[in-house]
Design a protein around this ligand. Structure first.
Ligand SMILES: [Zn+2]
Length: 320
């Protein structure tokens, strides 16, 4: 039996617990979609790449606009681009519309509006939590539209279909669907120690799990073992799934795992990582509680890495 650490109330895992009913069965009906957009309860997000527009408010800013407000804000040389149907919040239809980054920057000058990036909204608690999953959905989907204006089969321009959940090519008939890129993110464990790494771009003193894209033809388990071997030279055996998190930068799904490390000698790939090392459980607990004597910390509670590490610390017995 290993000691259990009391890390307090479990924090919110960012972009999860969506309250929306995606109502995919309604996407094929353009007339029904237009009627929903005309519903007085309908709201839309305004998104320009990384940037989200919000009504300023206290304590939270509000990202939901009526279509009349959107049309009034974005007029003249500015344009509303792709409109996507995100789903229904109760009876209220929720959409998102893409605008140009230049338009978003102009809207920044309006004193009643806040224009900022989704990462800041999420980590700074600038919006009510219930908006975060749908903002992630909107940003990923609109980002896909921005990057898929032409058919990858024949090169002709494509057009949005299915309320924004498909792009069709009139030239060759190909139908293109929004992508989600799977990423494995894992904590390698060897007895009473775990392996954390840091990238040069991380905040000073912050350590996290290793991560990498799943490659074509690969299982999640194989991706965990391959990435761990490539990045730090550690051989892993058993892999167990923990939880997943939408990560709309630009359109990933983080697949959180624990992995049983079979070796301990590190060979760090410094083109991927600034550093990596083994950490004892009590040291990691101090990092999670922000009580480490050298000021070291673990990832922000909003990110799944924090939860993967926490699950290991809180396990009554070893995970492997
Ligand atoms: Zn085509």
């Amino acid at each position: 039996m290993t000691a259990r650490f009391d890390l307090g109330v479990k924090p919110y895992l960012g972009f999860t617990d969506s309250v929306l009913d995606r109502a995919a069965e309604l996407r094929h009906d353009p007339a029904g979609m237009a009627a929903m957009a005309a519903d007085p309860r309908a709201r839309t997000f305004l998104i320009a790449g990384e940037l989200v527009c919000l009504h300023k408010g206290e304590p939270f800013n509000d990202p939901a606009f009526t279509f009349a407000q959107a049309a009034a804000l974005v007029s003249g040389p500015d344009r509303l681009h792709e409109q996507v149907f995100l789903g229904r919040n109760g009876e209220a239809p929720l959409f998102a519309v893409a605008i140009d980054p230049e338009t978003a920057k102009r809207l920044r000058d309006q004193s009643a509006l806040l224009v900022t990036d989704l990462r800041s909204l999420a980590t700074g608690s600038l919006v009510e939590r219930e908006h975060l999953p749908s903002l992630a959905e909107a940003k990923s989907l609109l980002g896909w539209h921005m990057r898929h204006r032409f058919c990858s089969n024949c090169g002709a321009p494509t057009r949005p279909a299915q309320a924004g959940w498909r792009r069709d090519c009139a030239a060759c008939g190909a139908e293109h669907f929004p992508r989600t890129d799977p990423v494995v993110i894992m904590l390698a464990i060897n007895g009473e120690q775990c392996l954390l790494g840091r990238q040069a771009r991380f905040a000073r003193g912050m350590w996290s799990c290793l991560a990498g894209f799943v490659e074509p033809g690969e299982t999640i388990e194989d991706a965990v073992r391959r990435e761990t071997l490539e990045e730090v030279g550690i051989v892993c055996g058993r892999v167990s799934y923990f939880a997943s998190q939408p990560w709309p930068f630009p359109m990933s799904l983080m697949i959180g795992c624990h992995a049983e490390a079979l070796t301990t000698e590190l060979k760090v790939d410094h083109s991927e990582l600034e550093d990596a090392r083994w950490f004892a459980r009590d040291e990691v607990a101090a990092m999670m509680l922000r009580r480490h004597p050298d000021g070291l910390t673990a990832t922000h509670p909003f990110a799944i890495a924090h939860h993967i590490i926490r699950a290991w610390l809180e396990a009554e017995q070893g995970l492997f």
